[in-house]
Design a protein around this ligand. Structure first.
Ligand SMILES: [Zn+2]
Length: 433
């Protein structure tokens, strides 16, 4: 085939373009690049538009490039939280039932706009929302258009689950109350699972969340029971995968986890009652665990100190079950199952999970990998987030000191860049947000 000279010239320009133009260069004193490789000293990260074009040894400055001097800092990929609910207020600070019944979807959208800004300031440049309404797609899109600052978002919309399950908004309230969105996730047959997945896709979901077992922070359902049938799970997973969407599953009991893993879910959220056999099966299938220790810590304290603020009937469940995931984490680590970082909160401190993972058995370097490489892989975006390397988004965080020695630093980042734009510098928000 003959190509016109004009097309050939354009192709040549495209090839040399990125290397030629680097408007920004970050001089990193130490780089932890998200690959699992040992830290590198004195590295230059070249950036053009929103992407990294090259990572080179030494401090070099291409002609015309603006230098960001992080030569006394440790630079890492932007953090990724794989389990958020971006429009949810912090449990124990707000009355859960009052919040649920008095805030409209529009109120939630504005709440979420505040919480995503906080997440970005904490160093989270990407996140996966696994349970919310139309406000979550709206917030995702507003961030993507540059209308509000926040992490890149992948959203699931309402979790799919059965009548009277963990995701049924009517649990424990006056059965006469109604809301147009309250049945969006209801699945009581395999056919309904197929339809709901397709409806979620139509409404803009990036992934699907299912609720195969009961949960803790909800009235009337038991976390130790499997509430979706194996066939409902299988059809939900098959339909989602056919549409290019991954499936996250909220599950507690070991038998239900094993059924969900065999149905093909991509991640087990919480997984609190898993056994060594469960983790071995997950490892064999390549299923991720997202332990979400943060939410248990927060709810346990709330149940102890402010039970009146929690959903009626849940403080006793919180006190009984919330300590279990921490106790089970060493078993998960020993099993070699893949683990990704997740907090299960909206408002609040998303970096808290680092300390909880490390206190309960994670090596600091592995905690960073859970929030970068592993999280990017679970989301299905490892080709563009979760690592400091060429062709990835210029999503960077930096701390002053060595986060592998002083792990508290992970909870106090000094510098945040997302897509080549600096949102935090010298420990303060920039004018940008
Ligand atoms: Zn959750």
């Amino acid at each position: 085939m003959r190509r016109s000279p004009w097309i050939s010239a354009l192709a040549a320009l495209a090839l040399i373009g990125p290397a030629a133009a680097s408007e920004l260069v970050v001089h990193a004193g130490t780089l932890i690049d998200g690959s699992g490789a040992p830290p590198q000293q004195r590295v230059s990260i070249l950036i053009s538009n929103d992407r990294i074009t090259a990572v080179v040894p030494g401090f070099s400055t291409p002609a015309g490039a603006q230098v960001i001097d992080l030569s006394r800092e440790t630079v890492m990929p932007g953090f990724i939280d794989c389990h958020v609910h971006i429009s949810s207020p912090l449990p124990g600070h707000t009355n859960s039932t009052e919040n649920w019944l008095t805030r409209s979807d529009l109120n939630r959208a504005f709440d979420g706009a505040v919480f995503v800004r906080q997440m970005l300031q904490q160093g989270f440049t990407s996140a996966r929302d696994v349970g919310g309404g139309d406000e979550t797609t709206a917030i995702r899109d507003a961030i993507a258009r540059g209308q509000i600052p926040g992490p890149r978002l992948w959203v699931s919309l309402e979790p799919l689950g059965p009548t009277a399950g963990h995701g049924d908004p009517r649990d424990g309230i006056d059965q006469g109350l109604m809301h147009p969105g309250w049945d969006n996730g209801r699945v009581d047959t395999p056919d309904e699972a197929r339809i709901r997945v397709r409806e979620h896709k139509r409404r803009g979901a990036d992934l699907i969340k299912i609720m195969p077992s009961g949960g803790i922070a909800s009235s009337g359902d038991a976390p130790n029971l499997q509430l979706m049938t194996n066939e409902e799970m299988r059809v939900a997973v098959e339909t989602a995968h056919a549409l290019g969407m991954k499936v996250a599953a909220h599950i507690y009991p070991a038998a239900a986890i094993e059924n969900a893993v065999r149905a093909g879910v991509d991640s087990v959220e919480h997984g609190s009652f898993a056994t060594a056999e469960t983790f071995a099966l997950m490892k064999a299938h390549g299923t991720y665990l997202v332990p979400t220790l943060t939410v248990y810590e927060i709810y346990y304290v709330a149940a102890r100190d402010h039970p009146e603020l929690l959903t009626p009937g849940t403080p006793a469940k919180e006190l009984a079950y919330d300590p279990l995931p921490k106790r089970n984490l060493p078993l998960a680590i020993r099993s070699g199952v893949k683990i990704a970082y997740g907090t299960d909160i909206g408002e609040g401190d998303h970096a808290m999970e680092f300390g909880l993972l490390i206190t309960n058995g994670f090596a600091p370097a592995d905690a960073i990998l859970a929030a970068t490489r592993n999280a990017a892989d679970l989301i299905g975006a490892a080709d563009r987030i979760g690592a400091v390397k060429a062709d990835h988004f210029a999503d960077l965080v930096a701390v002053t000191g060595d986060p592998l020695q002083d792990t508290n630093l992970l909870e106090h980042v000094d510098f945040v860049m997302k897509g080549g734009v600096v949102y935090r510098q010298n420990g303060q928000p920039t004018a940008q947000p």
